[in-house]
Each structure stands twice: as structure tokens, then as C-alpha cells.
Design a protein. Sequence first.
Length: 462
Amino acid sequence: MTRTAPPRRTIGRTTLYFFGALGGILFGYDLGVISGVLPFIGKVWSLSAWDKGIITASISVGAVIGAIFSPRVNEWLGRRRTIMIAAVIVVIGTLGATFAPTFELLVLARLVIGVGIGFSSSTVPTYLSELAPARLRGAMGALNQIFIVLGILIAFLVSYGLGSSSNWRAMFAGAIVPAVILFFGLIALPETPRWLLKNGREDEARSVLIASHGTADVDGELGNIREVVRLDTMRKGRIRDLWAPWVRPMLIVALLLAIGQQFSGVNAVNAYFPTMLISLGFATQAALLSGVLLGVTKFLFTAWVVFVVDRWGRKPLLLIGNVIMVLTLVAAGLTVLTVHDTGTLGVLMLITMVLYLVGYELGWGAVVWVMMAEVFPLRERAAGMGVASVVLWAATGVVTAVFPIMSDPKNLGIGGSMFVFAAINVVLFVLTKWLVPETKGRSLEQIELDLRARTLLRSAKV
């Protein structure tokens, strides 16, 4: 039975996508700000490499917790209200980090922030993919990554601006601004049409489709969604359903993307690049300025991907990104091992890391979040994104916790660590070539119905 509700006022598509993707800034800022904070708290609290890893990885532990609970909250309250809850949690955690008097309380506050980020990172891609028409879905998913890297860039700029005063507490406090804007912006935004129709609110779903997709073929879109909802409600979804024969290949793809994005080494660079340069002899402010240049590179190339992801396709961008990352990581490792002049070493490391981030943002930055939200069917989408986000954040935690120890001169050192990440990217290239499908230009319902049809066909042949 269709529930009739007062129509929500028409909201422009630009507004929908802007506030929907703003959650990415929360993700990005809290990932990036630690790179500017570590050089200062490391001195104030005499932190060891292990301590730095714990502080950096604590946000990932919290994000795992948030991503675990995100699927149920998504299905119960909807995508929009889940993101609003995430914003509130981030504000609470940020206040705790800003005023933390000890190392232990800072770790706890970062863990709370992570819970909010876990809710946000597993929900925002779903929110955007369910609002966007098929022809724009790749660009809108990439918009989430643009906001993530914009958040990182803002964090780098704030860190550099406050670096001369060593005001690391104010660096943390900056995350409150996007969280508050996100919360109040989402008050005026609608829920996604798929969630609305699944919960019997067809009139609202129609209004949102018109607002976000335009008036062309709304009945056809509703028909596709209705058919998928009908199939999905025949049996209540469970997490173990992700291992059903027709869903399992997409689960494997999502997990490959989630693990690969982090094991490619990106958050070792995001979190520790200024610290790496300082260990190689750079002054603190010069190292922080280098971080700003990395942030600008990430932002520009992510913005460019928006214009090519729906033309070039997802898979080619992933493969091209892997090739660039392998070459630049090998070059960075050789640079550290063979160049001994501090000035030359710093310049070459900056160049190789800028080019590395070009490869990452071209492929494994934006495309991963786009595809993880695309590949899961409607009934399993919230659970699938939750599982993928749990795995992604667990991988982030491993990388950010281990890298300070791995890159210690007593162990592999920075050069050896670069070679390890290069080898991982070679493996990712092979697995992507073998396992990852292309999804560009197809609606979410078409992807799901095709998956069902192919599985039935294989079953019939058996």
C-alpha cells in the first residue's frame, strides 16, 4: 500500500549532490589532519613510532565499529538520517580530541570520531548512487571522492597555517565546521527513492526521482525499482545472503577494492608524508607545505576523474592507476636508497609522491567508492557496503598502525616500505584484470537484474 505524504519542496540537483557528498569532507579532514598534528604531539608527549601508529589507526578502529552498525541503521532510519547521526558523532569526538589532556584520551576521542566516519563512509556512496541517474552515477560517486580529498587538502592547509604556532588543538577543531554544515544541510534533503519505495512511500519516491533525475521516464525508473523491491522482499535479507551464488562474485569484487585501496599505500602517504620528510632532514614547516602540494594534486586529479569516469569506464582507470603507482613507488624507494643530499632527496620524494597520488586518484581513489556502491543488489546494498567499509577501515588501521614501525630505519626503512607497496600494486593489477567487471552506463537495477539472470542461466546449465 502506497503511503501518501505531503510533497517535499523541489530541491535542485546541485544542492542534493553537494550536501550528499559533503560527508566526504568529514572523512578526508580527519584522515588528513593527523599528518599535521603528529610532528607536534610527538614532541610534546614524546611519542614512539608505536604510539604514533596507535593514534593514527584509532580512527580506523572506530570506523570499523561504525561500519558494523551502519547497515541496520541504514535500513531502519534511511540513508539521510544515518549520515546526520554520523555528523553528530564526529562533532562529539572532535571536541574530545581538541581538549584531550593525555595521549590515552586523544586515542579515545579519535576512536569516537572514527565511529561517525564509519557510518558516513559506508552510507554516503550509497546515498549518492541511489540519487543519481545512471548516466551521472559515476561522476556523482566520484564527487564523494572529490570531497574526501578536499577535506584532506583543507586539513593540510589548516595544519600549515597553524604550524608556526604549533596549535595542534585548533587543527583538530576544524572538523566541527563541515560536520555542522552537513547536519543542517541534510535536514532539508530527501531520502533516496529506493529506500522510500522499499518502505511503501511511493509518492515521495516519485518526487525525489523528479528532483534528482528529471522528468524523463520516471514511471520506467519506478517500475525497475519496484521490481527489484518485489524480488528483495520475498525473503528478508541477512548478512550471510552476501554469500549467495549470485551475490558472491560482487562481494569478492567489493572486498578486493576495499583492501586494495588501502594496501596500495595511500594512507601511509596521507598520514605520514610530513613525518617522513622530517625524518629525512626537512624542517617542520617545509614538510607541512609539501603536504599541501600533495593535497592540491589529489584534489585536481580527482576533479578531473569526474569528467572521465563515465566515459573511460571504471576498470581501465583502476588498471592505469596501478601502473602509475607501481612505477612511482619503485622510483621513490630507489630515491631514498641512493640519494643522500637532503635538498635533492626532498625534491625527488615530493615529485614521486605527487605522481603516485596522480595514479591513485585516477583509479583507486574515486572509482573504488563508485563501484562498491554499484555492485551490490538493493536488499544487500546496505549490508554489503557495511561489510566492505568494515574491511576497508580494518585495512586502513593495519596500514596506518604498521607503517611507522615498518618504515623505521631499524626495519625496512622508508625505501623498503615503498618497494613493498609497489609489489602489492602489481598483485592488485593482476586481480583487477581478472575479477573486476565494468559497470559504467547501467542503472543499479539493470546491474542487479543481469546478475540474477546470469546466475539462473548458469544454474540451468548445471
